[in-house]
Design a protein around this ligand. Structure first.
Ligand SMILES: NC(=O)c1ccc[n+]([C@@H]2O[C@H](COP(=O)([O-])OP(=O)(O)OC[C@H]3O[C@@H](n4cnc5c(N)ncnc54)[C@H](OP(=O)(O)O)[C@@H]3O)[C@@H](O)[C@H]2O)c1
Length: 349
């Protein structure tokens, strides 16, 4: 997510633009083209260091040098080895270059944390989302979960989907709820997203909503244990299949699955449950962000908790998150939190 503003030599705004979609023109190239001659001797403000490589688009440093811009101010460096180094190139060409630190640098890192995770760690950013009762349950003891939260919280959940490239659930949720895992709000200019189901033995029914509706955008991830007949049937229905190694429980191993998603390229995955899937991601230390919607009700009994898995034995082993926002959504409360960079383990000493 990159924006650029061009000021002319007198410091007056000449043009601005932003990077609307992956593969599309970059913010600074668009803004400089818009500014034309007004860029000569002016200043370019851009949230991310201009790239130096020929990727989906030509190098932005070339556009900056051609424009006659005298000074470039960025909020953050490009962390990738292929595209990074743009500022050095511009400095070497005699331009004045400034990198903003402090809170502006932090804002850029936060804005682009999903892409930064994908670009530097080679796996998508993971957001775990759940609608829970006050006592942390995601369904009643008989398995009912529609609806724990109200309409406003569910709309927020849909907004979240538009911020992610893929929505992931376990086959338990497909069997229990038959979700559509769709986007309804039209907020994202890229009308393309992947629905991912973890389904070791391919129990996804052929009449599931995610098979009947746009099967080409559904990726069912399974293991070698999936029966040939079910593979054939789902493939014939148009669903994409991906086989990965099994973990020691016989379930889909998460790391190789995420590496494959990163290659799509999927930079951010919204994990919508259920309990077993949230537990697997939590146990593997693979949750970067959480968006929990808490409804003021108590379900009690042996209703399933939001996160199953092995869990932690001691408080000191729990990953501590930083709360980023707490918001009212109708009668419910949204809490968004992210893993603390470099200090995700809570130390009581
Ligand atoms: N309130 C909410 O926000 C919310 C959201 C979603 C779901 N739910 C509720 O949650 C319940 C379903 O949860 P659930 O725990 O039974 O099912 P789940 O987490 O949706 O799916 C678990 C199943 O996925 C398969 N799987 C494959 N690889 C896995 C991996 N690496 N980690 C975990 N699972 C993997 C396994 O089945 P195989 O062995 O067959 O592969 C496993 O049993 C339903 O009651 C649903 O309504 C609530």
């Amino acid at each position: 997510m990159v924006g650029a503003v061009v000021l002319d030599r007198h410091g007056n705004p000449a043009a601005e633009d932003f990077h609307a979609a992956w593969g599309g023109p970059h913010a600074e190239a668009l803004a400089l083209a818009r500014a034309g001659h007004a860029a000569r001797g002016g200043t370019l403000y851009v949230t991310l260091e201009p790239c130096v490589h020929e990727g989906k688009t030509p190098p932005c440093t070339d556009a900056v040098l051609r424009s006659g811009i005298a000074r470039v101010v960025v909020a953050g460096h490009d962390p990738t080895s292929a595209a990074g180094g743009g500022l050095e190139r511009l400095r070497a060409a005699g331009l004045e270059v400034e990198v903003l630190g402090g809170s502006l640098g932090e804002q850029e890192a936060r804005l682009n944390r999903r892409w930064r995770c994908w670009a530097t760690r080679g796996r998508p950013w993971i957001t775990a989302k759940a609608a829970v009762s006050l006592d942390g349950r995601i369904a009643t003891r008989t398995g009912q979960s529609k609806w724990i939260t109200g309409a406003a919280a569910r709309t927020r959940g849909h907004e979240l989907r538009e911020e992610h490239d893929a929505i992931l659930v376990g086959v338990g949720t497909v069997l229990a709820d038959d979700p559509h895992l769709d986007r309804k709000l039209g907020l994202n200019p890229v009308d393309r997203w992947l629905r991912v189901v973890l389904d070791s033995r391919l129990r996804t029914p052929l009449d599931a909503a995610i098979v009947r509706d746009r099967p080409e955008s559904t990726l069912v991830v399974h293991t070698a244990a999936a029966p040939a007949r079910q593979r054939q049937a789902l493939a014939t229905a148009g669903v994409r299949l991906l086989e990965v190694d099994a973990d020691r429980r016989g379930w889909v191993r998460l790391e190789p699955m995420l590496l494959r998603l990163a290659q799509e390229p999927i930079a951010a995955v919204l994990v919508e449950g259920g309990a077993s899937v949230h537990g697997a991601f939590a146990d593997a230390g693979l949750i970067d962000e959480t968006a929990f919607y808490i409804a003021p009700m108590i379900l009690g009994g042996d209703a399933p908790a939001a996160v199953a898995g092995a869990g932690v034995a001691e408080l000191g082993q729990a990953r501590r998150l930083s709360v980023e926002s707490v918001a009212r959504c109708g009668d419910d409360v949204e809490i968004r939190a992210v893993v603390r960079e470099g200090s995700d383990v809570h130390r009581t000493g």
